[in-house]
Design a protein around this ligand. Structure first.
Ligand SMILES: [Zn+2]
Ligand SMILES: [Zn+2]
Length: 378
């Protein structure tokens, strides 16, 4: 695949100044960051492309070379990084750039140039939680283990080694900008040592490498309310990844799914179950018990002359309605089983019964065959 023009990748004009490139990069990097697009290969590719483009254009020397020679400038081991995937080399170059853009090696104050870009909000996280229908019926507290980036306790999220301070950048004397002579001109540009912050951290925290956060498994308890439905999303504000160097944390989203139940299907607050009954129970009527949620039982009355598929409604035996005192119903559908493997005696009795069948005992089929008869006669 041909490499896209770096300016085009960032959506900038060729003559764009450093600030314009930086803000274009920042916007795109946030949009396509892999943490925000998990499993999205296209976003991963774009993110990589954006980083490569900015990595080259932020450096005045590389940029000059690129402007003159295009991609050919880096073909023999220059600044460009190619190859598929998200290798460790790329990951480290990525974090370098992130340091440049979002990094802030000091807790605040001093000669900081801008405040907005320094601390980064942590990513939102998604956690898939599968529960049973019984758990939705009862509501409960579920303990979950979330792998996340948590605030580093050693440096309290600041990123600096405890007890160490910050010092004024020696390169720019705290101005955040340096001047360089180029031909007749003196050009002022962002200090490459402190990235324009004017201050440097004396020593980064050794536990988090100066990020102010590190990988950790966090135990959380989630309140699953009674009556929660499949596909519900629970948002836990500020329980996502910790921000970079004291930035605000992201949110945690819990996606709840409910395992299929052996007996019950659910539709909103109502439950449905299919129960087979014998032909004789259907004809003569009867009674049986079904288990209901919450370890209870309910009586189902079968009226004499029940037809296949007929439903019996058990009021208030369904699911609780979320954040309400209402409760749905349970519908029991009666499936009538035709007897098989008859004994001689049973067969004789049924044959006897068949001889006694009249239009009274099977009104539906009698009416149906009546209609057919009229059709043939016409
Ligand atoms: Zn730390
Ligand atoms: Zn500096």
């Amino acid at each position: 695949m041909a490499k896209r023009d770096f300016y085009e990748v960032l959506g900038c004009q060729k003559g764009a100044d450093d600030g314009a490139l930086k803000s274009a990069y920042r916007k795109l990097a946030m949009q396509f960051h892999p943490d925000r697009n998990p499993g999205n290969e296209e976003a991963e590719h774009k993110f990589k492309e954006i980083n490569e483009a900015y990595d080259t254009l932020k450096d005045p020397q590389k940029r000059a070379a690129y402007d003159r020679f295009g991609h050919a400038a880096f073909e023999n081991g220059g600044g460009a990084r190619g190859g598929p995937g998200f290798g460790p080399e790329f990951a480290s170059s990525m974090s370098d750039i992130f340091e440049d853009i979002f990094g802030d090696f000091m807790g605040g104050g001093g000669g900081r140039r801008s405040s907005g870009a320094s601390r980064m909000r942590g990513s939102d996280l998604r956690y898939n939680l599968e529960i049973t229908l019984e758990e939705s019926f009862e509501g409960r507290t579920v303990e979950i283990d979330v792998p996340t980036l948590a605030t580093c306790e050693t440096c309290d999220g600041a990123g600096a080694k405890p007890g160490t301070g910050t010092h004024t950048c020696r390169q720019c004397n705290g101005h955040g900008k340096v001047r360089a002579a180029q031909g007749f001109f003196t050009i002022e540009r962002t200090c490459p040592v402190c990235q324009g912050r004017g201050q440097m951290m004396d020593q980064p925290c050794t536990d988090c490498g100066g990020q102010g956060r590190h990988q950790q498994n966090r135990k959380l308890s989630v309140d699953v309310p009674q009556g929660i439905e499949d596909g519900t999303r629970i948002r836990l504000a500020n329980e996502g990844e910790a921000g970079v160097r004291g930035g605000p944390p992201g949110d945690l989203y819990i996606f709840v799914s409910i395992k299929p139940h052996q007996l019950f299907q659910r539709d909103g607050a109502d439950l449905f179950a299919r129960v087979p009954i014998s032909m004789t129970t259907a004809a003569l009527g009867g009674e049986f018990e079904v288990p209901t949620l919450g370890n209870a039982r309910a009586k189902v009355k079968v009226p004499a002359g029940t037809q296949p598929g007929q439903r019996v409604r058990l009021k208030g035996k369904g699911m609780p309605v979320l954040r309400s005192k209402d409760v749905g119903d349970l519908y029991v559908q009666l499936d009538i089983e035709t007897p098989q493997n008859l004994s001689r005696k049973q067969r004789e009795l049924l044959e006897e019964f068949a001889r006694l069948e009249t239009g009274e005992t099977s009104p539906t089929s009698d009416g149906f065959f009546d209609k057919l008869k009229k059709m043939f006669e016409a």
